[in-house]
Ligand binder design. Structure first.
Ligand SMILES: [Zn+2]
Ligand SMILES: [Zn+2]
Length: 231
C-alpha cells in the first residue's frame, strides 16, 4: 500500500467496496461479449466481416473486449475525463487478463496479430479537443495494445480535420452524416502497402471507425481492422 492509497483509498466502481476499482464480484457481472461483423452488426465468429458484407472500403473485422455497461462503462467514462488517475493501470490489467484467456476468439486475435502485424492507429481527436483534454484515450489504449503484441504504433497517419458535435443523442443515420469527411491522411504518408488496426474506446454504431476505415482504404491501405475496449 502506498501513501496515495491511504490518502485516496480506491473503491470498486460497481459496489463501492474499498481496495480496488474492479472487485471480484463486480468483475463476474461483466456481460459476456460475442463478436460481430462490423458491417451488418450481426454475430460473426472472431469478429470477421461476413464475406457477403465485405466491400472495397469496409473494415475487415472488429474485435471488442467487453460489453459496454456497468463497471466497464463507468471506467471508460472516468478515464476519458481523467477523473481517476491510477485507474488506467488497473483497467489495463483487466484487459490483459482477457487476452490471456484460452477462448477461441482471443486465440484467433493473438494469432491474427502475430500473422498480420498491423500498424496500430488510434482514432484521432480533433486538435482542439485533444489540447483541451490533454490526451487521447484511444491513443493510450493503442500504445499499450501495440506494446503487448509487439506491433508498431502511429498516431501520425490519420488526421482529424473537423471537430464534431457530440454523437450521443444522434441516430445512426445522423451519426453517419456527422462524421462524413472528418478524417484525412497525413500528407507525409506515401507507403500505403500495410495493414492497419484502428483503435477506439467504444463501438456504438461504428460510424466513426467506418469513416476512418474508408479513408484509409481509399488511400490504398490493404486491410483495416478495428479493435475497441467495449461495444
Ligand atoms: Zn464491486
Ligand atoms: Zn455482416
Amino acid at each position: 500500500m502506498t501513501v496515495l492509497d491511504l490518502l485516496f483509498p480506491k473503491s470498486c466502481l460497481g459496489c463501492g467496496k474499498k481496495a480496488c476499482y474492479f472487485c471480484a464480484e463486480c468483475r463476474l457481472k461483466i456481460g459476456k461479449i460475442y463478436q460481430i461483423c462490423p458491417v451488418c452488426g450481426k454475430p460473426s465468429p472472431f469478429g470477421r466481416t461476413h464475406r457477403f458484407c465485405l466491400t472495397k472500403f469496409s473494415l475487415e473485422g472488429l474485435f471488442s473486449f467487453f460489453v459496454y455497461g456497468g463497471i466497464i462503462r463507468s471506467a471508460i467514462h472516468k478515464l476519458k475525463y481523467k477523473l481517476v488517475t491510477d485507474l488506467e493501470e488497473e483497467f489495463w490489467r483487466l484487459i490483459k487478463d482477457e487476452i490471456e484467456r484460452k477462448e477461441p476468439n482471443i486465440i484467433f486475435l493473438r494469432q491474427f496479430m502475430e500473422k498480420e502485424k498491423p500498424i496500430v492507429v488510434p482514432i484521432p481527436l480533433h486538435w482542439y479537443k485533444q489540447r483541451k483534454r490533454g490526451f487521447n484515450q484511444s491513443s493510450l489504449f493503442g500504445k499499450r495494445t501495440a506494446c503487448l503484441f509487439d506491433l508498431s504504433f502511429s498516431d501520425k497517419i490519420l488526421v482529424r480535420e473537423k471537430n464534431t458535435v457530440s454523437q450521443t443523442k444522434l441516430t445512426q443515420k445522423e451519426r453517419q452524416e456527422n462524421v462524413k469527411g472528418i478524417f484525412c491522411l497525413s500528407p507525409n504518408i506515401h507507403n500505403s502497402l500495410f495493414n492497419i488496426l484502428l483503435v477506439d474506446d467504444v463501438w456504438t454504431t461504428g460510424s466513426t471507425m467506418k469513416e476512418a476505415a474508408g479513408v484509409l482504404k481509399k488511400a490504398g491501405v490493404k486491410k483495416v481492422w478495428g479493435i475497441t475496449i467495449a461495444r
